[in-house]
Design a binder for this molecule. Sequence first.
Ligand code: 13P
Length: 256
Amino acid sequence: MWFVNMRKKLLLGNWKMNKLASEAKQFAVASSSLVEKAKLHNIDLGVAPTYLSLSIVKENANKDMIVAAQNVHFNSSGAFTGEISIPMLKEFGINWALIGHSERRTYDNETNEKCHAKITALIANDMVPVYCVGETLSQFEANRTKEIVERQVREGLKDLTSALVKNLVVAYEPVWSIGTGKNASTEIAEEVCKFIRDTLKDMFGDVADEIRILYGGSVKPENIRAYLSCPNVDGALVGGASLKIDSYEALLDNIM
Ligand code: 13P
C-alpha cells in the first residue's frame, strides 16, 4: 500500500541566547516574504527568539510566522523568580514553546519530569510544545541512543491521550551534533526518528502518523535536503544556520 505523508514540513530556528531585540526585529521584517514563499510550498516557518524579543518578532513578522518561546514555567503565576508563565506568553500571542532542549537539560537541570509538567501545562492551554530529546556523545558511543530517547519520550509524555498529543512536535537532537558541525548521518536521523514514531504509536496509536518529528544538530543549507527526504523526518530545528536571514532563506530554498 502507498503511504502518503500528509505531515506539513516545519523549519524552526532556535536562536538560543543570540540577537538583541533590535536585531530580532530586523530579521522579523526581512523574513516576511520568506513566509509567503514557504506558504506556497506548504511549509511552516518559525523562530524561537529570547523572551525579550518575542513580542517585537511577533509584531514585526508575517502573521503566519510561528514564534516560539525557548522555555516556559509550568505554573501560571507565583513565587518563581526569573521565570515566565504560559499566560504571559499567551498575552503576546505566543502559542509555541520549546521544551527540554539539551542545553536546558545540561545547564538548568531540566529533567523528563519537569518537561512532562511543562508539556502538560502547554497542551492544557492549547499551546504547541516542541519536545526536544536526544542522547549525549557517551550514551551514543555506548549504543544507548534508543534507550535514552525512549525514556525521554515515555516520561515526558506520560498520562497524555491521543487527542491531546495531536499538535505536539518532537525534535530529535543528538547532543553530540549540536553546534559541533558533527552531523548525525541521515541513516541515524531516520532510524531514531522512526523509532520515536514507533514509540509514539505504541503510546498513542495512529495519531503518531500525524505528529511532526524534526531533526536538529548542525543542520545547514547544504545538508537540510538530505534530512528532510527521510520518510520520518518532517522538518528541522536549526540553531546557528537560522541566525542570518540569508542562511535561513537558503535553508528554506533547499527544502522546497
Ligand atoms: P545547531 O544547528 O547550531 O547545531 O543547533 C541545533 C540546536 O540545538 C537547535 O535547537
